[in-house]
Write a protein that binds this ligand. Structure first.
Ligand SMILES: O=c1ccn([C@@H]2O[C@H](COP(=O)(O)OP(=O)(O)O[C@H]3O[C@H](CO)[C@@H](O)[C@H](O)[C@H]3O)[C@@H](O)[C@H]2O)c(=O)[nH]1
Ligand SMILES: [Mn+2]
Length: 756
């Protein structure tokens, strides 16, 4: 015991080989970029007889796009500067009595898009974590204010009395019942290989236990679903309802569960904050801040696990893994959070939409971790309560001083202000239960935050629909650090988007949230550099905020300008025989091969590389554009902020197509038309380009300009197929194809007017 307590609780591995490869690549690639930009710039400085207004404009547009892309590339290298990974050793943690308490925050917003059984699976998996139950408190925020959710919680509590002892007794790994019972026979979910062997030895009564629990689960599901269909009178009132807070305690003793097992259940609390049309509710950030306050007067645990309702605990050890970092005296004082990756259970082999966000969670976050830590990533993080409620990292102990000032920051609740002192543990369920619950009602009211610093200086940040990113940024600017922990077995599993429509809508929201920050006074490029842990970390943040803009502008330009110029016979790139041709080819080959290397080195395939290239183009043209415009319009007051939760109910046909790797184009015309129009324009310009090469012998002059549309068509072949070949309901409807053709004709005529 003595010796084990001296062993480190975690290790950090610096990826030396990757660092070497990345930095070498940065060196050569930047030299090539300098030459490329020099070539462009020189056009404007040297007199040339062929220079007309039209060519100058075209060159200028391409030049600006190249500058944007180069700058974006430079920022994105911050993630490649110093990748690290970490290993935690939970077995070296001190005894259970020395572990700190954890509050789990789960958010749900809409029982139709987020079915209650699924939400309750998340709740149950959190309750069943491998952590002392008296130190675990699970809160569900229900922004829909739906009766079915509250009833679901009561049912979940009853079922938990069976489920938790079952998981503990048999050491079940996957503690979300749905995932557990639907797992394939050979699925290693049942506690890894040792346990599978063990399972074979399961004695009859124990096997009966499993069947028995499964039956209970079926009953649970049935009851929840029944409730869902018996008209939910409150669900229509999701933007207008009072606060409802209930500590779930179901005491009917119709079953023979032993007293002590019931006692060993985590606290379960339902919170539906007050919502009124007249008050902004700030979406998920608002919900989380209410949970922060309400839990402050109920359990006030020093650490918080944040979860989305669709992301269950897939491994019960995550809290212990996280504590390996939070309890390490060397980093603990400045450590705000431990972030686990978002992983998804419904990803197909050929993940055509890159729903699993490979680059973020397999690559970028490791780089983020090496330079100060990743941002809060929505779900699957263990955050220190104190970091959300203090103005700077140095303010570790709360000032006993000016109570007026504290009330100004935190609002008019003495109970809550008392809770800011970490050692204040409310003895909620014993003496003052009713008083504290009344206080909680006040804390969950929508007027409570008026005139306070909630969302601006304390708690989760408002002002961006990517509240996670923004909150992480502000924490890092206050001097906190974070770590990224990615153990082999996913600690959390959620449901990823499996159709193009959801994917692009979600991408638009994220873009809008990121650009919200980019165009605010907190733009990381300006606000960050001197505040974050390292300068490189603020570059990471800047990349995340700015990449939507730095992608959509150049990509729109590269999808139109070279093509229109080709149609009008204007060369934009060095000839085949010019030595700068090598520079352009090098930049292109170097970026795509580096991307390919990254995809392969993270264990993915060539096919995934194509998928990522394609979806990058599709998203840049649509989501990145619309999201940025949305953010701008919000900024100038032309639009209200919105947060449409992603749909968590799969359409069977769409899911089938996703699993088969077939695009499902059943999405808004606003997304389809630009993609299709640009592909048509590229086909036309490619055809014209080829005829120029054949009939006019202009290969030398137009090689690159013919190659660009070729690459666009090749990468976006599914769009061509969707327009011309497919006949199923997931194709691009002929009306949209027709409209897109008209749009591309308009582009063509505009091009003729400008570039002729
Ligand atoms: O007004 C709202 C809207 C949403 N949510 C909850 O927020 C969570 C995330 O919403 P979801 O629709 O699943 O969005 P995603 O795009 O899948 O979420 C990603 O992006 C969000 C920011 O846009 C982050 O908050 C998430 O953690 C991150 O997983 C869900 O649990 C919702 O119930 C609320 O509680 N209140
Ligand atoms: Mn989600």
């Amino acid at each position: 015991m003595e010796s084990s307590s001296k062993l480190p609780l975690h290790l950090c591995h610096v990826h030396k080989l990757s660092i070497f490869i990345n930095r070498t690549h940065i060196f050569f690639h930047s030299i090539a970029l300098v030459f490329l930009l020099y070539y462009r710039a020189s056009f404007f400085f040297f007199q040339d007889t062929t220079k007309t207004k039209a060519t100058t404009l075209a060159w200028l547009l391409v030049f600006v796009s190249e500058i944007f892309l180069s700058f974006e590339w430079l920022l994105s290298q911050s993630f490649r500067w110093r990748p690290v990974s970490r290993t935690a050793f939970p077995e070296r943690l001190p005894g259970d009595d020395k572990l700190p308490a954890v509050d789990v925050f789960i958010c749900t917003a809409n029982p139709e898009k987020e079915p209650t059984v699924g939400v309750m699976n998340t709740v149950l998996s959190a309750m069943a974590m491998d952590y002392p139950p008296e130190k675990l408190h699970v809160y569900l925020s229900d922004d829909g204010g739906a009766a079915v959710t509250l009833k679901g919680m009561r049912e979940a509590w009853r079922f938990a009395k069976w489920w938790l002892p079952f998981c503990r007794r048999y050491g079940i790994k996957c503690r979300a019942p749905e995932a557990y019972f639907s797992a394939e026979e050979e699925d290693a979910d049942f506690g890894g290989s040792e346990f599978i062997e063990e399972r074979e030895d399961i004695k009859l009564p124990e096997l009966m236990g499993e069947i028995w629990v499964q039956e209970k689960y079926e009953v649970f599901k049935k009851r929840v679903r029944e409730r869902a269909t018996v008209g939910d009178t409150r669900s229509g009132l999701s933007r207008d309802h009072p606060a409802v807070i209930e500590v779930i305690q179901e005491t009917s003793s119709d079953d023979a569960i032993q007293e002590n097992e019931t006692k060993s259940m985590p606290l379960l609390v339902y919170v539906s904050r007050e919502k009124r049309h007249s008050h902004p509710h700030h979406f998920k950030a608002g919900a989380l801040n209410v949970l922060l306050r309400v839990s402050g007067v109920i359990s006030n645990s020093p650490y918080i696990l944040g979860l989305d309702c669709d992301m269950h605990c897939h491994d019960p050890s995550s809290a212990r893994q996280a504590m390996c970092f939070h309890l390490d005296p060397k980093i603990s004082p400045s450590l705000a959070l431990v972030q686990f990756p978002q992983k998804f259970h419904n990803i197909s082999n050929n993940d055509i939409y890159d729903s699993q966000l490979r680059s973020a969670f397999w690559l970028l976050w490791q780089g983020f971790d090496g330079v100060g830590g990743p941002c809060v990533s929505g779900t699957g993080y263990y955050i220190k309560r104190l970091s959300l409620c203090s103005n700077s990292i140095h303010e570790v102990e709360f000032p006993d001083g000016d109570p007026m000032k504290l009330r100004q920051s935190f609002g008019p609740s003495n109970e809550f202000i008392k809770s800011l002192h970490q050692n204040n543990k409310p003895d909620m369920l014993i003496h003052r239960k009713n008083a504290l619950l009344n206080e909680a009602q006040l804390l969950a009211s929508c007027a409570f935050e008026n005139g306070t610093e909630w969302g601006e200086e304390v708690g989760f940040m408002y002002g961006s629909v990517a509240e996670d990113y923004f909150t992480g940024f502000r924490l890092h600017c206050k001097g906190w650090i974070s770590v990224y922990c990615n153990p082999p077995r996913p600690q959390f599993l959620g449901s990823g988007t499996t159709n193009l429509d959801d994917f692009l809508v979600q991408g638009t929201r994220w873009t809008s949230g990121l650009v919200d920050v980019a165009i605010s006074k907190f733009c990381p490029l300006i606000y960050g550099p001197l505040k974050t842990y390292t300068f490189v970390q603020s570059m990471c943040y800047a990349e995340l905020a700015l990449f939507p803009i730095f992608y959509f502008l150049p990509l729109w330009c590269f999808a139109t300008i070279p093509q229109l110029c080709l149609l009008n016979g204007i060369p934009l790139y060095p000839e085949f025989s010019n030595s700068y041709f090598i520079v352009f080819s090098f930049v292109f080959l170097s970026s795509i091969s580096k991307h390919l290397y990254e995809v392969l080195s993270t264990g993915f395939t060539f096919r995934h590389w194509i998928n990522e290239q394609r979806i990058w183009m599709m998203k840049s043209i649509t989501s990145r554009l619309y999201g940025s415009v949305d953010a701008l319009m919000k900024k100038i007051g032309m639009r209200e902020a919105s947060f449409f939760p992603t749909n968590k109910v799969d359409d069977a046909e769409q899911l089938k197509r996703y699993n088969m790797g077939v695009f499902d184009f059943q999405t808004s015309i606003l997304f389809l038309a630009p993609m299709a129009a640009l592909v048509i324009l590229n086909i036309a310009s490619f055809a014209v380009g080829i005829s120029r090469v054949i009939f006019l012998g202009e290969l030398d002059k137009f090689f690159i300009q013919v190659f660009i549309p070729f690459y666009v068509i090749l990468m976006n072949y599914p769009i061509v197929e969707g327009m011309l070949i497919r006949k199923d309901s997931g194709r691009i409807p002929p009306s949209v194809t027709l409209l897109s053709a008209i749009v591309s004709l308009i582009f063509y005529f505009l091009g003729c007017i400008i570039f002729m």
